[in-house]
Design a protein around this ligand. Structure first.
Ligand SMILES: CC(C)(COP(=O)(O)OP(=O)(O)OC[C@H]1O[C@@H](n2cnc3c(N)ncnc32)[C@H](O)[C@@H]1OP(=O)(O)O)[C@@H](O)C(=O)NCCC(=O)NCCS
Length: 167
């Protein structure tokens, strides 16, 4: 039985451990530590038998001169022993619902097209969006939470600077 819920202060240490175990390094956890207290972020955990086994974080991105509320999905991590059991998918599905509830218009993600397309993400380039990092076009994806939300909104997508300068 998996429960997905908002992260509480007492979950932070366990969420950090999930991230370090899943990525095999601390960069992603450090970026989340830097971002937790800024406005409009969203941090969710997946819990199995009172143990934090998954963590998902969203933070605001900007698109050139647009003022649309858009979030970046990153990072997501599930403890290695709990992967491939649908926990990552559950986190993403619940996370996207929560983003919508918060008034977010679209979500961007950088990752595997094979994985994220199952949630409706499409290549961001088809919407005229470009990633600030040098990545293959198909790895940068977007999902409109409201049909047509991105109409007229094109350009360079920038993540929070807290993601930069990490080892
Ligand atoms: C990515 C991750 C969160 C997925 O969590 P999960 O609980 O295993 O995901 P699910 O069980 O919902 O889905 C598993 C499916 O996703 C696929 N998948 C997972 N990561 C993938 C990746 N990087 N590329 C392609 N496919 C991937 C698996 O092959 C599996 O496919 P299947 O359903 O066809 O068997 C987890 O694998 C993880 O923590 N990875 C290490 C950290 C990471 O790379 N995070 C993503 C970048 S931010």
């Amino acid at each position: 039985m998996v429960e997905v819920r908002a992260e509480k202060p007492e979950d932070i240490e366990a969420a950090r451990k999930v991230s370090v175990a899943a990525f095999g390094r601390s960069s992603e956890a450090t970026s989340v530590d830097r971002l937790r207290n800024i406005p409009s972020t969203l941090s969710l955990v997946a819990v199995v038998s009172d143990q934090i086994v998954g963590h998902l974080f969203f933070s605001p991105v900007t698109i050139d001169n647009s003022s649309l509320f858009i979030l970046g999905l990153a990072p997501i991590a599930v403890l290695p022993d709990y992967q491939r059991q649908g926990i990552g998918s559950l986190l993403i599905q619940q996370g996207l619902k929560e983003c919508d509830r918060l008034g977010c218009k679209a979500v961007v993600v950088l990752g595997s097209p094979k994985y994220y397309s199952r949630f409706g993400f499409i290549t961001a380039k088809t919407k005229g969006l470009k990633c600030e990092y040098t990545v293959p076009d198909e790895a940068f994806m977007v999902l409109e939470l409201e049909s047509g939300a991105l109409e007229g909104c094109t350009g360079l997508v920038k993540y929070r600077s807290e993601f930069n300068d990490l080892e």
